[in-house]
Design a protein around this ligand. Structure first.
Ligand code: DON
Length: 304
């Protein structure tokens, strides 16, 4: 498969969508990112990276980080985690308060905000320095040792994170948070503010395409069962309230973020990351979704 040629073709096709979506503005630091950026990186299991466009420019990974905090939490507490958070798609906005009230403080899944906040709580309880641990995990997985938090984005999130604070207080009031609300929010705002490029994210995700074994690190990072479950979670909960549409159009386990990034894997073949800041109505990258759809159509391969 000539992925180099395919990426060039699909970038041209995907760029036609730029100008038709909206950059996330509810976090002021994100609103300043140029809307016409487009990058993509695809890493095959032998470690070869194919790139196009702004693939080496770092962006705010936002909710993509939820895949990696979940991996860390599962490594710490295993299946105990599922007593505090569910595994079903939410069918609601990612920061919905209503659903959390109906469901007595047990978030639907770890990829909506309430679930991610519970994961932060687990990491705070289990790790002496969770912020450093997460940053170092991303550095090792990607092989880029200068990856860091964008403190301006983290501050911007904190200044505007009223709904996340409400979610945290609600979780605490329902006995589903052990640590202080401020500490949980600080870790959450920082994980969202990790700055990484498409190339770095594709490398960091490669083990999910290879049954948990990283060909780059030559190390088992997750068991086969954990990898299967994480990929299932991405397929069913990874793209907000558009998971059905994503499965239908693209057919790959994927996780998106409001910074315009999307990671996806084709197990046994590759990990891919695309970045284009303009979002569609459900909060997923518009050109990014188009690029992934084109990728699975022209290669004729998806998980289905
Ligand atoms: O919690 C927020 O508002 C954002 N930092 C969430 C990031 C995101 O990509 C959407 N998440 N589910």
């Amino acid at each position: 498969m000539d992925f180099g040629k395919i990426l060039n073709e699909l970038a041209a096709h995907a760029r036609e969508h730029i100008g038709k979506g909206k950059v996330a503005t509810y976090i002021p630091a994100l609103a300043r990112v140029p809307a016409d950026k487009f990058g993509m990186a695809l890493c095959t299991l032998d470690g070869t990276i194919h790139r196009v466009g702004d693939s080496d420019e770092r962006f705010s990974i936002q909710s993509i980080s939820k895949v990696f905090t979940l991996s860390l939490a599962i490594g710490q507490v295993g299946d105990e985690l599922w007593r505090r958070v569910g595994r079903e798609p939410s069918g609601n906005r990612f920061n919905s308060l209503v659903q959390l009230e109906y469901e007595h403080g047990i978030p639907r899944n770890p990829f909506i905000n309430a679930g991610a906040l519970v994961i932060c709580d687990v990491l705070l309880s289990q790790l002496p320095k969770p912020k450093e641990a997460l940053r170092d995990y991303m550095r090792v997985l990607s092989g880029s040792f200068d990856i860091d938090y964008d403190e301006e984005v983290a501050r911007s999130e904190a200044e505007t994170g009223f709904i996340n604070r409400a979610l945290c207080n609600f979780l605490k009031g329902n006995g589903n948070l052990t640590n202080e609300v401020d500490a949980v929010l600080d870790l959450y705002f920082h994980q969202c503010a990790l700055a990484m490029s498409c190339t770095e994210l594709a490398r960091a995700t490669l083990h999910l395409a290879n049954r948990g074994f990283s060909p780059l690190l030559q190390e088992t990072l997750l068991t086969e069962a954990q990898t299967k479950r994480l990929n299932a979670m991405m397929l069913t909960c990874g793209t907000y309230d558009a998971v059905g549409e994503f499965a239908y159009r693209i057919g790959l386990p994927a996780k998106s973020g409001v910074g315009g990034g999307i990671i996806a894997v084709l197990p046994g073949e590759y990990a891919v990351t695309v970045w284009s800041p303009e979002l569609d109505r459900s909060g997923n990258s518009l050109a990014g979704g188009a690029a992934l759809e084109y990728l699975t159509l022209v290669t004729g391969k998806s998980i289905f």
